[in-house]
Design a protein around this ligand. Structure first.
Ligand code: A2H
Length: 256
């Protein structure tokens, strides 16, 4: 039996504004210099959808670390992901993830980041309690046009913002058409969520079905309708968008 390696595109989402609780901790003094850039690092399998990012998801139940890449660059991810990154040449000393700070996910909610390639230049950090600590970086970028999970969660959070302790203004209501499909139009995730009558992010079985359909149909039948690869099939565009993100320094490869 072979060993399967999952290769993610790790996107560098620069923090442009910290939430009030984190700002308070940081202004009371940390080893992060004032001129440093801190990046939250979502891991994605769908780089070609990054034009449609509208929010960034963090789990309120996970504790995240901020790790030093250089004097002026820091990455935020789970401790588990940082440990893996340390063996992929992402930090200066092989095998060592230099942690400068630990932050509970719940405290990060309401921060704002720059989302590379997104039509929405700046997006807000909101909560997703179904994020698994054992996968990716524990940070997930929200693309409600193409990810049924992201669409279902965003809709739930907007409807029940108060219950989730969110300012409804943080929850982006826009859905940007990025990929056209013959059967489900140019926003496949909402189309599938409606068709399969998914009412909540807890509809796990139906969401799994929607996710598989959206993934397959998007990849094999989708056509780009936004960005420099407009008119190209998703199959062809995927690796090109990925390469563009890597070349511009807005992303790096992360494996596990
Ligand atoms: B994908 P796989 Cl548009 N917990 O990115 C839960 N979900 C996570 C996660 C975690 N710890 N880490 C990453 N993910 C999500 C874009 C996307 C994604 C689209 C459509 C489908 C899709 C925007 N969100 O994934 O289990 C991330 O969301 C459907 C599979 O490692 C990542 O890619 O195969 C994907 O799940 C990784 O899932």
């Amino acid at each position: 039996e072979g060993v399967l390696v999952q290769e993610y595109v790790a996107l560098k989402c620069r923090v442009v504004k910290w939430s009030a609780p984190v700002q308070e901790i940081i202004s009371s003094g940390t080893s992060i210099p004032d001129n440093a850039q801190v990046f939250m690092i979502p891991a994605t399998l769908r780089p070609e959808t990054m034009y449609g990012q509208t929010n960034l998801f963090i789990s309120p139940n996970i504790s995240y670390g901020i790790f030093r890449v250089s004097d002026t660059v820091f990455y935020l991810a789970t401790n588990r992901a940082a440990r893996n990154m340390a063996f992929q040449g992402i930090f200066p000393d092989w095998g060592h993830a230099p942690k400068v700070m630990e932050i509970q996910g719940s405290h990060l909610i309401g921060s704002a980041v720059h989302a590379p390639l997104s039509i929405r230049d700046v997006v807000y950090v909101i909560s997703m309690d179904t994020i698994k600590e054992t996968k990716g970086t524990g940070v997930v970028t929200s693309v409600p046009s193409d990810s049924p999970d992201d669409y279902a969660m965003t809709r739930e959070l907007f409807r029940k913002a108060k219950f989730y302790g969110l300012d409804p203004q943080w929850v982006c209501q826009d859905i940007f058409p990025i990929i056209d499909t013959p059967e489900y139009g140019n926003t496949i995730a909402p189309a599938l969520v409606d068709k399969l009558k998914i009412n909540s992010p807890k509809d796990e079985r139906q969401l799994l079905k929607a996710k598989e359909l959206a993934y397959k149909i998007g990849f094999y039948q989708g056509t780009m309708i936004y960005g420099p690869f407009t008119g190209m099939s998703v199959q062809e565009a995927k690796s090109r968008v990925r390469q563009q993100l890597l070349d511009s320094g807005d992303a790096f490869v992360y494996c596990e």
